[in-house]
Write a protein that binds this ligand. Structure first.
Ligand SMILES: [Zn+2]
Length: 127
């Protein structure tokens, strides 16, 4: 699969649906190249909002394409990951105010996962 094309396709699909069209979103594809994220090879993607403020609407999403190739991810998994990361952007201007504590991170991840599932269920008519 052309993972870059799939990531771009699902980003294009979900950005307007999530009202994120005002954001400047830079997509990157090689998490292994990110020195800062050396310990994060197991992640599917990482979203970085370099300057967390309510006015700042630029983000970099780094996808772990090497992992997708290795585990032969299918389209549904790529879409799930794209949607997950974009939902973090939806929450960014709220979450930048909270501490980076494990409890807050876990709460955000749980919420994002539930929202992903809800949106995908709604889309499939399974809600
Ligand atoms: Zn997440």
């Amino acid at each position: 699969m052309d993972y870059r094309a799939a990531i771009q396709k699902y980003t294009k699909k979900w950005v307007p649906k999530l009202f994120l069209s005002d954001w400047i979103i830079k997509l990157e594809y090689d998490l292994h190249n990110k020195k800062k994220h050396k310990g994060n090879h197991e992640y599917d993607a990482i979203t970085v909002v370099p300057f967390n403020s309510p006015e700042y609407m630029t983000a970099i999403i780094v996808f772990n394409v090497k992992k997708y190739r290795k585990h032969k991810h299918i389209h549904a998994q790529v879409e799930h990951t794209v949607l997950h990361e974009l939902l973090h952007l939806s929450l960014a201007h709220v979450t930048f105010r909270v501490s980076g504590s494990d409890a807050h991170v876990l709460a955000e991840e749980t919420l994002v996962q539930r929202m992903v599932q809800t949106l995908l269920n709604l889309e499939e008519g399974n809600a």
